[in-house]
Design a protein around this ligand. Structure first.
Ligand SMILES: Nc1ncnc2c1ncn2[C@@H]1O[C@H](COP(=O)(O)OP(=O)(O)O)[C@@H](O)[C@H]1O
Ligand SMILES: [Mg+2]
Length: 428
């Protein structure tokens, strides 16, 4: 998949998600304003009823103590004695609100703006809120001769009350959005990972074809020469070409061996032939075959094999490949005059093998990735250096099979050190 397509998908999905989020928020907002309006209406209705009841009761009481109804208007003083306690007023309001489904705590007071005075109140703490943001209902508004009085009511938890009613909707929306965002980002990471793998695979195939080409064409040239009747034949003529074919053939078999190894690694079907082996013998064997490469570059390999004992439990073939891979890398990734040091030591019931070079080095971020299969550091003149990116993943797998540990220390342009610890005995 093209990079642009991926970016396009991400952008479109993000826009769609934001849009969806916006629509959700819009719906929740409008639902909440509908709720708010109906809340207000219920409060108004309830309070109209309360006001009506208060007025009726007070007037009846006034009529009882004042037998002349005409004088009612002058009976300015309404002391709400019928509601002998705030408590009774409270339950009257509470009753009316509950009937209309308003089931949240409230504060109330009877207030005379003219004297800035509370005639009655549930608690003095809420005076400010009652006056500023409370709902206000005039009492005895038909009675022109009394000082204007207001019944004020305030709901400290109005917002929360309205929200609890929307809670379910909000919760479901949040859960759905989280699920979508999660699956979306998961899909994208999988896509990106797949793309990386497919890029690496095509790199691998390119490299492989390249590596196969040389021996194949050399062999076919040799065959042509051998088949050419016009060339003078001699003992050395045959020897040269047969040697050539043999060499290239062994190169081919090493290549196919490596690819097979990679396939085996992939399936996790590594077969280990465990025996007691001498690590130093293995190192010396590998050095024989790598020395020529190092000498071509005018470099040297120095050893400091201090481990005693140097015998450990392991698979001879795999360990030989492991040391070969590390020394091969040390030579390959050191452009000028390789100075490679191999050290062994005993530590912690095992042997530690260190291989150090003075090559191009590996940055901190890359150090995590070099052990991945098919991974090759993409910078620098790496493509002048042949490789499949399989060596270190194989090394890591072998170290794992031996219950060992591998660590890397490296600095760009200074060199790299691989340190591997092997226990003497592999635990069952
Ligand atoms: N000694 C080293 N110095 C610098 N870079 C190294 C060294 N060893 C490995 N690397 C980096 O790690 C990558 C992976 O190594 P490896 O798995 O052996 O694959 P390759 O086939 O490329 O050698 C290499 O391509 C190289 O970029
Ligand atoms: Mg390698």
């Amino acid at each position: 998949m093209k990079r642009n397509v991926l970016v396009g998908i991400i952008v479109i999905m993000t826009i769609a998600l934001i849009g969806l989020l916006g629509v959700q928020l819009y719906w929740i907002r409008s639902a909440s304003s509908v709720k708010e309006a109906s809340f207000r209406r219920s409060v108004n209705e309830a309070m109209a009823k309360v006001v009506y009841k208060i007025e009726r009761l007070e007037k009846r009481r006034a009529a009882e103590i004042n037998p002349f109804p005409g004088m009612l208007s002058f009976n300015k003083h309404l002391d709400y004695s019928l509601f002998s306690s705030t408590h009774e007023m409270d339950s009257l309001i509470s009753l009316e609100l509950n009937i209309r489904g308003v089931d949240t705590r409230f504060q109330f007071g009877i207030y005379q703006p003219e004297f800035d005075l509370f005639i009655m109140e549930k608690s003095s703490e809420y005076r400010k809120q009652l006056i500023q943001i409370g709902y206000a209902y005039p009492l005895f508004s038909a009675d022109m001769f009394t000082t204007p009085e207001y019944l004020l009511i305030y709901f400290p938890y109005e917002r929360q009350f309205l929200l609890t009613e929307l809670w379910g909707m909000l919760l479901i929306s949040i859960i759905l959005i989280v699920v979508i965002v999660y699956t979306f980002s998961y899909t994208i990471t999988v896509l990106i990972r797949q793309k990386k793998i497919s890029d690496m695979k095509s790199d691998f195939i390119n490299n492989m074809t390249h590596e196969f080409k040389t021996p194949i064409s050399t062999i076919s040239l040799a065959c042509e020469a051998l088949g050419d009747k016009e060339l003078p034949r001699s003992e050395s003529f045959y020897d040269t070409y047969i040697e050539m074919i043999r060499e290239e053939n062994s190169r081919l078999s090493i290549l196919s061996e490596r690819i097979l190894q990679a396939a085996v690694l992939e399936k996790g079907e590594m077969k280990m032939q465990l025996e007691m082996i001498d690590l130093h013998t293995i190192i010396r064997d590998v050095m024989k075959s790598i020395r020529i490469q190092v000498e071509i570059k005018d470099g040297e390999i120095r050893t400091n094999l201090l481990a005693n004992p140097s015998v450990m439990e392991g698979d001879k073939v795999h360990l030989t490949n492991l040391v070969y891979n590390l020394l091969d890398n040390a030579t390959k990734y050191t452009p000028r005059k390789p100075d490679i040091r191999i050290t062994t030591e005993n530590s912690n019931r095992g042997i530690t093998l260190s291989i150090q070079d003075n090559g191009i080095g590996i940055s901190k971020q890359e150090q995590k990735k070099i052990f991945d299969k098919l991974y090759r550091i993409p910078t620098g003149n790496i493509h002048n250096v042949r490789g499949f990116g399989l060596g270190l993943s194989y090394v890591k797998a072998i170290v794992g099979e031996h219950h060992g540990k591998i660590t890397t220390e490296s600095e760009i342009n200074k060199g790299t050190l691989f340190r591997i610890y092997f226990p003497y005995k592999i635990p069952e």
